[in-house]
Design a protein around this ligand. Structure first.
Ligand code: HEC
Ligand code: HEC
Length: 293
């Protein structure tokens, strides 16, 4: 029925019905909450003092995007991969990773398409860089953006295949035992300057006890017990300490990952934010399912 055809009486009835409907929908606090826009919710959180103080590099992203579950689009991820300095100073990812042809693109990794990002490295060892829908913090893509190669400050030009590197890798592969070989040939490497690169301090200069400061991540690389205990054993408790050695599996062992993997983009300084806002956004896109549309 067209509005103009309504009689005065009919119009009044309709108007009343509308008011009742509006009153009903505003009646319950629950209903009103559900109808808040994201901006209204943000203003309410400010009034309630729920916005955390600035401090972290990704503070804005955490407060306005992650905590409010804003969907991240692939368009934004695509732009990041093609833009210089997107994750800290350096050339764009797609300059070096733009096809599945390993003769043209490092690791046969194509970061220039959504399918390519999900497929991962196609050169041996082939591997996906994350599992969509899960936290990718320890998976290859995000750890390459966050983790500095050790000893801290060592550049990509320094070999990751020196005899000392191979001694550590083999020791882990053989079960990470506390035997004579370990104590004579492997353990001393961690307390020796220049063991894994020129002009570098010993690992134990920065990881010497379970006290932070001075020992980064409460990691003690000066004894077998300390190495096997792992990182952050005081902060998290001994049972929940971060294991840095997985006996028999160097690739999953953080000690080996930190010795062998260069942070991306190559040449980035360790002082650059590890929680770069765009790294946090890339992680969120993966956690949300790494959707391509
Ligand atoms: C100047 C060239 C260059 C740029 C730019 C570059 N990479 Fe790399 N990337 C490499 C090289 C070389 C390797 C293999 C050597 C190594 O492992 O360090 C590699 C390896 C990787 C790996 C490991 C793949 C695997 O199979 O484990 C990932 C992930 C990665 N890069 C991601 C990125 C991301 C993300 C960016 C952009 C921030 C980026 N790269 C920028 C050269 C580059
Ligand atoms: C100059 C100080 C310094 C030196 C030397 C150093 N590290 Fe680190 N290490 C750090 C810092 C800072 C971090 C924090 C994470 C980062 O920057 O990636 C760290 C993190 C780590 C982690 C990760 C712990 C975790 O919770 O996941 C491991 C494993 C590690 N270092 C091993 C080593 C090894 C092995 C050596 C020697 C080859 C070494 N470090 C030398 C400063 C240092």
């Amino acid at each position: 029925m067209p509005l103009l055809a309504l009689t005065q009486h009919q119009f009044t009835q309709l108007f009343k019905a509308g008011c009742i409907a509006a009153a009903l929908s505003l009646g319950g606090v629950q209903v009103a909450h559900a109808q808040r826009t994201i901006a209204e919710q943000f203003i309410q959180d400010m009034k309630d003092g729920k916005i955390s103080e600035a401090g972290a590099d990704d503070h804005v992203v955490q407060e306005l995007i992650i905590k409010r579950s804003i969907p991240i689009t692939y368009d934004y991820i695509d732009m990041l991969m093609n833009t210089p300095n997107a994750f800290g100073p350096g050339v764009a990812c797609t300059v070096c990773h733009n096809s599945n042809d390993p003769s043209k693109s490092y690791r046969g990794l194509d970061l220039s398409t959504c399918k390519g990002i999900i497929k991962g490295s196609t050169e041996k060892p082939k591997r996906a860089l994350f599992t969509p829908g899960t936290d990718p913090k320890r998976d290859p893509l995000i750890r390459r953006l966050r983790n500095n190669r050790m000893p801290l400050g060592l550049g990509f030009e320094a070999s990751t295949f020196t005899p000392n590197h191979m001694l550590v890798k083999q020791w882990i592969a053989d079960g990470a035992k506390n035997d004579e070989h370990f104590n004579k040939d492997v353990l001393p490497l961690f307390s020796q300057a220049n063991a894994f690169g020129h002009n570098t301090p010993a690992c134990t200069a920065c990881h010497m006890s379970n006290q932070e400061p001075p020992s980064f991540h409460e990691l003690n690389l000066s004894s077998h017990a300390g190495i096997m205990l792992g990182a952050d054993s005081v902060a998290k408790g001994v049972d929940k300490a971060t294991k840095v050695i997985i006996p028999g599996n160097p690739d999953d062992s953080f000690v080996w990952q930190h010795l062998a993997e260069n942070r991306m983009p190559p040449g980035i300084a360790p002082s650059e934010a590890r929680d770069h806002p765009n790294t946090t956004i890339l992680s969120a896109w993966i956690k949300q399912g790494a959707k391509c549309d």
